[in-house]
Design a protein around this ligand. Structure first.
Ligand code: SF4
Ligand code: SF4
Length: 356
């Protein structure tokens, strides 16, 4: 195609080539869309063309056999065009409305769940954890599986006041989630240093530079160059662990889960909202994480019952106020919820327009 950009070595390829022909033809020319049933969208273009999208959840970490199965369904029951959403849902595009029902039946017959559109609980997005990363303190995908098993009816229906994005994250510092509800790891003890290994494994100046509160100093221990941590300053973030694995911070007992609410990216109409901590010290309890799941379900229940139509979680809380939110979800409000960290001035930057 004449106007495709040159391929580059990294990054995703030009998506234009993969678009359904009806989407290419009507690019930027869509008149409206509607939501005939959960999991299905109908887009109508000014030209009169229409395209139907059927969405199904996947387990995100996909094996090649499942991928083949999903692609075969696309070839057989759709028009051979698919795409994956950021939340690991697969979407099939079809031009003919008569294909929608057989496609849904084929997906459900193969064990996939159709849903995740409009005012549903979308698939929980998670970081990769044990699969490819070297620093996870929990298995984020396991947390997702356990929670989605209990929330699946809210994925299949569209009964929430508005869309709910839930995220999980398996460390505290990197691809941590920003969501209406986020379940993130929370370390509660400073790292334990294996002084025998530091000199061989770690670049000490880079580790010192990594600490956001300047709690790490070079030190000689047992005659070997090593590091020491000022535990009064340490905020247990875990940032020193990736460049220096001998500074072990993951701990079966002291690495907990924390739940945050109200995070939203900015869009054309509003500025971003930062998520706020509402529950901490929740046991990191595989294989089903029942304590964290129970809290998420309480928050969803209170939101479903209390929010007005189209209010997102953060808008609902802003309207009813934080004291009432804590009452409704039966969580204690403690002094630890208040951000008193001396560096918090930087985290008060809540708008993309004003910086200080
Ligand atoms: S959240 Fe942290 S541990 Fe999990 S995949 Fe991202 S960087 Fe790795
Ligand atoms: S855990 Fe974070 S605050 Fe503590 S020493 Fe490591 S980098 Fe610094």
């Amino acid at each position: 195609m004449a106007d495709m950009r040159e391929p580059i070595e990294s990054g995703c390829p030009d998506p234009w080539q993969y678009l359904h022909p009806t989407m290419r033809k009507n690019f930027g020319q869509w008149k409206y869309h509607e939501h005939p049933r959960p999991g299905v969208l109908r887009h109508v273009a000014y030209s009169g063309d229409e395209i139907w999208t059927v969405k199904a959840g996947t387990q995100r970490i996909l094996d090649v056999f499942t991928l083949r199965k999903l692609c075969d369904i696309g070839d057989q029951f759709a028009d051979g065009f698919i795409h994956f959403t950021l939340r690991s849902n697969i979407e099939y595009m079809v031009k003919d409305p008569a294909k929608v029902e057989p496609l849904i039946q084929a997906l459900e017959g193969a064990g996939f769940v159709v849903g995740g559109t409009q005012n549903s609980v979308a698939m929980i997005s998670h970081t990769q954890g044990w699969l490819h990363c070297d620093i996870p303190g929990t298995d984020a995908s396991g947390v997702v599986k356990s929670m989605m098993d209990e929330l699946i009816d809210e994925f299949k229906s569209a009964n929430m006041p508005n869309r709910v994005h839930i995220t999980t994250s398996c460390c505290q510092i990197n691809c941590g989630g920003q969501g209406d509800i986020a379940i993130n790891i929370q370390h509660t003890k400073p790292p334990k240093i294996n002084h025998d290994l530091v000199a061989n494994v770690c670049e000490r100046p880079s580790v010192v530079a990594r600490c956001p509160v300047a709690a790490i100093r070079p030190a000689m221990v047992n005659g070997k160059p090593s590091l020491e941590v000022d535990e009064r300053k340490c905020i247990c973030c875990g940032a020193c662990y990736p460049p220096c694995p001998p500074m072990q911070i993951n701990d079966a007992e002291h690495s907990k889960l924390a739940i945050w609410v109200g995070g939203n990216h900015s869009n054309a109409r509003g500025k971003p909202t930062f998520q706020k901590l509402v529950a901490a010290g929740i046991p990191n309890n595989p294989p089903r994480w029942p304590e964290a799941t129970a809290i998420v379900k309480r928050i969803l229940k209170a939101y479903k019952e209390g929010a007005r139509d189209w209010e997102r979680v953060n808008e609902w809380i802003e309207r009813i106020g934080w004291p009432r939110f804590f009452e409704e979800v039966e969580l204690p409000f403690t002094k630890y919820h208040i951000d008193t960290w001396r560096g918090a001035r930087a985290s008060f930057n809540s708008s993309s327009y004003i910086r200080f």
